[in-house]
Every structure is written in structure tokens, then in C-alpha cells.
Write a protein that binds this ligand. Structure first.
Ligand code: SF4
Length: 266
């Protein structure tokens, strides 16, 4: 998976993907979708999947969340990919926060309209220091903006018990979305804990990330997951380190799993 920042900002992105493909690896490209319309078929043909961030299906909410009114451009970009390479799998990735807790079902409908292969979800992460984020996002202001209140979460839970729950269950059974209702209930638990300032209680299950992935960040540091510390440089990491069975305990020892949204994905 190639993620960002925004990978399509790199002028050498096609060359990078070629190197990855020559190593025998598949490529899932995560993008905000804004520059998709400017790309050529050669880039798309190197990808197995394109994952487009899509947090809202109407212009004003999209702009509020993403800071730019680019929804139409992203949709045109998706259609551009579909026209050049109809067989390429495109997915949406929707990050759920206070802004779209009551609107994300519209993203599912948009995906259906556009013939998107599926919609995955992420709970908002506002309080980690990953992704080059500075401390302003970890403040109480960030929490108020991004985490729903306990009343809103209670209202959301009631919707999960009713029509919204039925809608999501149907979409899950039709393989349009990746989360079952259980995951949406875990999302509520996560958001409530964040609202109450607790960093625990989301799940007792271990996170799958370190068992299935290795992360190389923009500086060439190798990590067990997005939130753990670097344990090697990419030029010097050994094959033994990459497949170490000790990966999850390394991250746990650091204490990063407490309060991490990764536990919602288990
Ligand atoms: S739960 Fe732990 S292992 Fe999983 S992503 Fe978070 S910090 Fe990493």
C-alpha cells in the first residue's frame, strides 16, 4: 500500500510503482483522488487497487472536512480511471468523525452509484503524534471538533438499532462495505472513550496490523505500524527482522496500543 500525504504529488510516482511491481509486489494506491484525472493509463495499470479517500458525498460537507471544494474533481477522477481501465478495482475509504457520523451512509450510496468495489472505514485519529501531526490537533479544541459528544453517540447507537443498522447490514451482506454492525458498535465505543478522555476499553482483541504489514515511512524508517517507533532503516533492515513473530509485543511494550484506533479494526 502506497499512502501519504498524497502519493500523486510525486512526479516519480510511476517509476516508484514500477520498482515495487518488479519486486513482485502488488500495489494498492491510497489517494485523496484530486489528481486522479491527470494520470495516465500506465500508472493505473501498475496498481491492483486504488483507494480514494471519500468522507462526504455533498460539496459543502466535503469542503468542511477536507478543506477544499474538490468533490466534483475527485468524482471526475474516479470516472477517468474507470474509462481508462474498467477492470481496475477502486475502493472508497471514509474516515468517520463528528462531521460525518450522521452522513457517511451517503458515501455508501455514492459508491453504489459510481460502481465502486467497496467502502472501508477508519475511525478518526486526532490524538496520536503520527502522520507528521503537530500538537494543535491533540488539544481539547481538536477533540471538540472531531469527536462527537456522548449525546450524539447515543443518538447514533439508536440509529444503529433501527433503520441505519438495517441499511448497513444489507450493505455489508452485499459486500459494499467492509464493516459489519459489530464494527460500527465498536466505533461508538471508541468514540465515547475518546469523548470521555479514556484510552482503553475498545477491544480486548489484538490488532492485526503488525502481523500483516510492515510500514516504511517517508523518511525511510521501518515500523511495525503507523504509530510505533522505528526499529530499522529501510536500507539495512534484515529479512529476520521483517518477519519477527515478536512484532505485536514490541508495539504493546511501547504502550502505543492503549487508545489506538487500530483496536477498532481487529
Ligand atoms: S493497536 Fe497497537 S499495533 Fe495496532 S495500529 Fe495501534 S499501536 Fe499499532
Amino acid at each position: 500500500m502506497i499512502s501519504g500525504g498524497e502519493p500523486l504529488l510525486r512526479e516519480d510516482i510511476t517509476d516508484m510503482l514500477k520498482i515495487i511491481r518488479d519486486l513482485g509486489l502488488e500495489v494498492a494506491l491510497n489517494t485523496n483522488g484530486i489528481l486522479l484525472g491527470q494520470q495516465k493509463q500506465q500508472l493505473f495499470s501498475l496498481c491492483s487497487t486504488i483507494v480514494v479517500s471519500m468522507d462526504a458525498a455533498d460539496d459543502s460537507l466535503y469542503k468542511k472536512i477536507r478543506g477544499c471544494g474538490a468533490l466534483g474533481r475527485v468524482i471526475e477522477g474516479v470516472k477517468h480511471v474507470q474509462s481508462l481501465l474498467p477492470s481496475l478495482e477502486i475502493q472508497f475509504r471514509c474516515t468517520i468523525s463528528r462531521y460525518n457520523l450522521f452522513n457517511f451512509s451517503e458515501v455508501i450510496n455514492l459508491a453504489k452509484t459510481l460502481g465502486i468495489a467497496g467502502v472501508g472505514f477508519s475511525p478518526i485519529d486526532y490524538d496520536s503524534n503520527s502522520f507528521g501531526r503537530d500538537s494543535r490537533f491533540q488539544s481539547s479544541v481538536g477533540r471538540e471538533r472531531l469527536i462527537p459528544s456522548s449525546e450524539e453517540i447515543e443518538r447514533f447507537n439508536k440509529l444503529l438499532d433501527g433503520e441505519l443498522g438495517e441499511f448497513l447490514e444489507k450493505a455489508y451482506n452485499e459486500k459494499v462495505i467492509s464493516w459489519s454492525l459489530v464494527r460500527f458498535r465498536q466505533l461508538s465505543t471508541y468514540l465515547l472513550a475518546k469523548f470521555e478522555g479514556r484510552n482503553q476499553g475498545f477491544s480486548d482483541e489484538p490488532c492485526f496490523f503488525p502481523h500483516t504489514a510492515t510500514l516504511v515511512d517517508y523518511g525511510g524508517e521501518v515500523k511495525h505500524c503507523f504509530y510505533s517507533s522505528s526499529y530499522a532503516r529501510v536500507e539495512s533492515v534484515s529479512p529476520e527482522e521483517l518477519v519477527s513473530s515478536d512484532r505485536i509485543s514490541c508495539v504493546r511494550t511501547e504502550g502505543k496500543c492503549r487508545g489506538c484506533r487500530g483496536q477498532v479494526f481487529t
